[in-house]
Design a protein around this ligand. Structure first.
Ligand code: RNT
Ligand code: ZN
Length: 412
């Protein structure tokens, strides 16, 4: 179907496709660096990522150096319409030096900042509280040993400073997202003490005020992970309270809740008490498996909530998935485009009509319109969006994804 025909079909419902396309173009997605190398990073070390997160698979083409990762990212961005961001983890530093986590500085990330500047890509940041000998017990900021806590507090402080300098350099806030793996494999007897230690460490770490125009703190909760099945110190309730009291962003990772919880439903609930939200859009399959996001109901509902609750201005959309069984660049491209496609569908929805029906308790019309809309020609509008951005679609996209994957498949 041609775009003009689709445009007319949406206009019949009072939906303006041009307005939707214009808005979609302004929504940046923060693409996570760690899909490109299976969450390994560039520190001089070996071993798994730890902290209960691990990519599975050995598809050829893993980026082994910052240069390879940047080349892969450039390709991925070129297959995604719009201007997006990069979410960098502290362990992806780019330097010949070998600073420990409590020694990192802005200078160790300058190649990323220069690259971002050259490509118009703004950066977000994360301290890395896993994949380190001092995190082997799955306890960092809540460790009973004050020496270990201090080590991680220093890492967290430095990460905030690095993020603040990045934000100042790019003229837009860099979100610094704090996730720690802390928890217990088996039933602890003193949850309160662990939570009090986490809170005290966070307070010390966040003590220094940074300009919110340069850096925004976010805190990410979790339900459980491998090795911390019985208790996660930084649970949802813990961080919801912490974020409200300390005016940080709350990061909602779609894999970090009970499998039957609807994460989209949480947005309006937490937004009443928070200024801003960070999303880690992910696809948990039976557990926090971090599968590449598909255009499924969970993602569609998330996008619908962002649009219908008017939360786009207050929400940072980040992605968090890692799959090493498929082309890593294709994973980025497919997942990020799916987030955009979900947003496009939400922007092409006749909200006024649906709201009027709901307010009048006319649930029949609400259902009838919703179901009729499932047959609307969203694909033609998406094709127009990608064509205007000069990004391939359909069979041409598959050809490009395969071509790039073959060019990196020889990496050892
Ligand atoms: C882990 C959290 C966290 C990480 C990244 C790498 O369960 O989701 O966001 O995935 O920081
Ligand atoms: Zn996450």
């Amino acid at each position: 179907m041609s775009y003009d025909t689709a445009k007319a079909a949406f206009a019949e419902w009072g939906v303006d496709t041009e307005a939707a396309l214009a808005q979609l173009k302004t929504i940046p997605i923060s693409m996570h660096c760690w899909q490109g190398d299976d969450v390994v990073g560039f520190e001089q070390k070996t071993g798994a990522s730890g902290g209960g997160i691990q990519a599975t698979g050995n598809h050829p083409g893993r980026a082994r150096t910052p240069d390879e990762l940047r080349a892969d990212l450039e390709f991925a961005y070129s297959m995604i319409p719009g201007q997006h961001r990069l979410n960098l983890h502290a362990m992806y530093l780019d330097t010949d030096a070998t600073p420990d986590r409590d020694e990192i500085e802005f200078k160790h990330f300058v190649p990323w900042v220069d690259w971002g500047h050259d490509h118009g890509i703004k950066l977000d940041f994360n301290p890395t509280f896993f994949a380190h000998a001092k995190a082997d017990d799955n306890l960092t900021l809540s460790h009973p040993d004050a020496g270990i806590r201090d080590f991680w507090i220093e890492h967290g402080k430095r990460s905030r400073e690095i993020a603040a300098v990045m934000g100042a350099a790019q003229g837009a806030a860099c979100v610094n997202n704090i996730w720690v793996p802390d928890g217990y494999k088996d039933i602890p007897v003193d949850r309160m003490a662990a939570r009090a230690r986490l809170e005290a460490s966070l307070d010390t770490m966040l003590d220094r005020r940074h300009d919110k125009g340069a850096m925004l703190d976010a805190v990410e909760s979790k339900l459980f992970g491998i090795g911390v099945e019985a208790c996660t110190v930084g649970s949802h309730e813990f961080y919801l309270g912490y974020a409200i009291r300390n005016e940080t962003l709350l990061c909602l990772d779609m894999g970090h809740f009970h499998p039957t919880e609807n994460i989209a439903d949480k947005l309006s609930a937490v937004a009443l008490s928070l200024d801003e939200i960070l999303l880690h859009v992910s696809r948990p399959m039976r557990w926090d498996s971090d599968h590449v996001i598909l255009l499924n109901d969970d993602i569609l509902q998330m996008a619908q909530e962002l649009v219908s609750a008017d939360l786009l201005e207050r929400t940072r959309i980040g992605l968090d998935f890692f799959d090493a069984t498929i082309s890593r660049t294709a994973a980025w491209v497919i997942g990020t485009r799916n987030m955009q496609k979900a947003l496009l569908r939400a922007l092409l929805t006749p909200w006024d009509r649906l709201r009027t029906a709901e307010d009048a308790l006319d649930f029949t019309t609400r259902m009838a319109v919703t179901e009729e809309f499932k047959d609307m020609p969203f694909g033609a509008v998406w094709a127009e969006f990608s064509a205007r951005a000069d990004v391939p679609n359909g069979p041409a996209l598959i050809t490009e994804l395969e071509r790039y994957q073959s060019s990196v498949a020889g990496r050892g």
